[in-house]
Write a protein that binds this ligand. Structure first.
Ligand code: HEM
Length: 556
């Protein structure tokens, strides 16, 4: 077979490779062949340069005088740009404290892939959905491998939960077979009554705060509410967060939160520190043991009921909660989730579940008080669907609430709580646009910046739920909106989260009118894993009257 030599434009000609090419193959097949040889992640962007023009036929490529330069999306290959570094701190002060605002500025200045060095930790970020989709697909190019550069590295070693681990492990595969069915769309539907009871239990506290004329910190109460629901439905535990306005946050919730921050502290120093018999490392070991003990108790209580084993899907539809599910669910070989994976899979699902939903709930309340007309439109939609305080919310009802759906989507676009799902390059590779990434580099699809990228979204900084009806948004790139990430390592709890929100928000909006207390800037904590409003205070006033149905007011 004839052969041709090729090299990547931008690299030295001496790197050229000789490749056998069948002259009768299509140009598309030739691009696939070249992509495989040069680890080019998207073959569609490959171009072949002739002496005077771009070569568009395989026969032209094979007969051109070699070596033939390869372009990617019309570019030579190049290192991702990076701001100028300062000694020791690198780009730290280019990025922090306002990493959301600063990354936006860096994307505007340098383009869709940027490299930053924050005190020695090198990461790559992208706001391009096409690159995000490539990174998040588990493939020959990328995987979730949590190495020193990964944003979850500090959490990986100390807690070791399978969902904080690498994809390429037997433990993750087993947990990933067992747990997602319990959080599938059908399975979470039967959790709706428990979700509703949870928010209704919070009413007496919110009513009391209203009677006292008190404003409250939204994140604090949403943390209580979000974790109350997740606690019941993952661990079967009642955290008693709404027995009174000052009811303490349950030991499980603050233990998980404290464990997350201790992990960061302990693993940011050498391994010797971890072995100290006192201080933070000891506290961390004690906490881990206590958490295991608490989850172990939940498992024991659930087992004591003498429950029957069931195939995965049936168990998902019948279980009272995820512990109950996990001890019953049996795969087609009659095997169960091993006890060794069970405890930490449940701890991580609980932690991932409440930190995220409580942040999103907080942003949803922020939107009610900030964006003109939202509260009225949400309320009107409820009234028009015959909603009242006795309504039992079901998925059939929430499926009809179009504006609610658009409002949630727009909030997750504009104020997404999670922002850094990192993926690791398995080899030296070339991204669309010609950006080179070395093996083991961690790239973060920057969710906030993808969701607010002006190349994709018209007027992205405007909060506009109606954009979700437009053709432009309906035809967007599949990774232009990925609040729960995408690919095999995406969120397994998204059905749960969305259903919970669709039960909580209507109940809250029907009962209360929310107004913001104070009008200073809202701050977020740049060192927290999630974006949440730290200093948002609201008044929730009980409604005493509701608008008429739209059809009645039109008739009138
Ligand atoms: C608004 C709510 C939520 C948001 C925005 C969210 C977002 C995410 C994102 C972006 C990831 C991917 C992380 C990565 O790729 O590195 C993820 C993973 C995960 N989420 Fe969620 N999540 C939410 C709610 C939940 C809930 C309610 C649960 C459980 C009940 C849950 C359990 C998990 C688990 C176990 C993973 C790890 C999956 C894996 O590594 O294979 N999440 N979530």
């Amino acid at each position: 077979m004839p052969s041709q030599t090729f090299y990547l434009l931008g690299e030295d000609v001496s790197t050229a490779k000789t490749i056998e090419v069948n002259p009768s193959q299509s140009l598309e097949d030739l691009k696939l062949l070249i992509a495989a040889h040069f680890a080019i992640t998207d073959p569609n962007g490959i171009g072949f340069l002739g002496k005077d023009a771009v070569l568009t036929e395989t026969s032209e490529v094979t007969t051109a005088p070699g070596p033939v330069p390869i372009t990617i999306d019309g570019h030579a290959v190049r290192d991702p740009p990076s701001p100028r570094k300062l000694p020791f701190v690198g780009n730290f002060f280019e990025v922090y404290p306002d990493h959301l605002g600063n990354h936006q500025r860096l994307f505007d200045q340098y383009g869709p892939v940027i490299k930053t060095d924050n005190m020695g930790r090198i990461t790559y970020q992208t706001n391009d959905p096409a690159i995000a989709a490539i990174a998040l697909a588990e493939s020959d190019f990328f995987t979730k491998k949590i190495n020193e550069a990964h944003p979850l590295y500090a959490l990986k070693n100390a807690s070791a939960g399978v969902f904080l681990g690498d994809t390429d492990t037997e433990e993750w595969r087993v947990a990933h077979k067992f747990l997602p069915p319990a959080l599938g769309p059908k399975a979470v539907r039967h959790y709706a009554p428990t979700m509703q009871k949870t928010v209704e239990d919070a009413f007496k506290v919110l009513d009391h705060l209203d009677e006292q004329g008190e404003a409250w910190n939204v994140y604090y109460y949403m943390l209580k509410l979000g974790s109350q629901a997740v606690g019941k439905l993952t661990l079967g535990l009642d955290f008693q967060h709404f027995t009174s306005p000052s009811a303490p946050v349950h030991e499980m919730v603050h233990s998980i939160a404290e464990m997350l921050s201790l992990n960061k502290k302990v693993t940011s120093k050498g391994d010797w520190y971890n072995k100290l018999p006192f201080g933070d490392p000891k506290r961390l070991r004690d906490l881990k043991a206590r958490i295991e003990e608490m989850v172990g108790e939940s498992i024991e209580v659930a087992s004591r009921g003498g429950v029957e084993d069931l195939p995965l899907q049936d168990a998902a539809l019948k279980a009272d909660n995820m512990v109950d599910y996990a001890i019953r669910a049996t795969d087609n070989k009659g095997q169960k989730l091993p006890q060794s994976s069970l405890v930490w899979a449940l701890v991580v699902a609980t932690g991932a579940g409440f930190t995220t939903t409580s942040s999103l709930l907080s942003w949803l309340i922020y939107g009610l008080c900030t964006y003109e007309g939202m509260q009225d439109r949400l309320l009107q939609e409820l009234i028009d669907h015959g909603f009242d305080e006795n309504t039992q919310i079901t998925a059939e009802l929430t499926d009809k609430l179009d504006f609610l759906d658009k409002y949630i989507k727009e909030t997750q676009r504009r104020h997404n709580p999670s922002f850094q799902p990192g993926r690791t390059a398995k080899c030296d590779l070339i991204l669309p646009g010609g950006y080179k990434l070395p093996k083991d580099a961690v790239i973060i699809p920057a969710l906030h910046h993808i969701h607010n990228n002006p190349e994709i979204w018209d007027n992205p900084f405007r909060f506009n739920p109606d954009r979700w009806d437009t053709e432009e948004v309906k035809n967007r790139h599949k990774a232009a909106y990925i609040p729960f990430a995408t690919g095999q390592r995406m969120c397994i709890g998204f059905n749960f989260a969305l259903q919970e929100i669709k039960v909580f928000l209507p109940k809250l909006v029907y009962r209360y009118k929310f107004t913001r207390e104070g009008d200073g800037p809202i701050e977020y904590d740049p060192m927290f894993q999630l974006i949440r409003p730290n200093n948002l205070y609201v008044r929730a006033e009980r409604r005493v009257k509701w608008p008429p149905r739209s059809d009645q007011s039109t008739t009138a």
